[in-house]
Write a protein that binds this ligand. Sequence first.
Ligand code: SAM
Length: 217
Amino acid sequence: MDRYKKQRKKMVDSQVRSRGITDKRVLEAMEKIPRHLFVDEGLLNQAYDDNPLPIGERQTISQPYIVALMTETLQLTGKEKVLEIGTGSGYQAALLAELADRVLSIERIASLASKARNILESLNYFNVLVCVGDGTYGWKDESPFDAIIVTAGAPAIPDILKDQLAVGGRLIIPVGDRYTQTMMKLTRLSDNPDDIKIEDLGGCRFVNLVGQHGWKG
Ligand code: SAM
């Protein structure tokens, strides 16, 4: 076993499985994806630590457990079309690419999108499309989505994203103030976009979702 493979196994056992994540596909994919390739060289020895890490531009790659929790909550089986808002390093997109059919990911900072695109391509994740823009609008032309994951903290749930969920589709989004949020899961129950079940998954802390339907600056 190479050094990083050992670290990945330890990360999954001690940070993810031990905290109650049971979806076998999520656990296996996290054991497989080389998370250290998504962080800066200077942080290589911290890539599998139990915390978020800086990725430049004052943004972060999320804590492994939070990535696992959000992903498990989306209940992916391999057939889904998924929208991610906040590509960041591209690590979450790689995990989604392992677990769903197609992934569209939007990042507002062009330099991060370009870096993420390069690493995803080098790892042969050809079912992910990364684009630069304000993800708070969603991606109407590509909707409906079976799952939408927002990886930055929003002041409120943007209605426009609910409208882009397929019936039965799941949206996971941290909602709160600029410093602390609650992880919310929404499930669209019928053709009526307001017919939504909302679940509270607990407290979390994300960088801000900045855009038209997020924080203004
Ligand atoms: N999913 C990422 C990963 O695996 O590394 C972590 C994302 S980081 C916590 C949040 C990201 O959301 C940042 O890269 C930030 O630039 C981006 N972001 C914030 N507001 C956005 C918006 N309106 N549209 C797209 N991306 C946005």
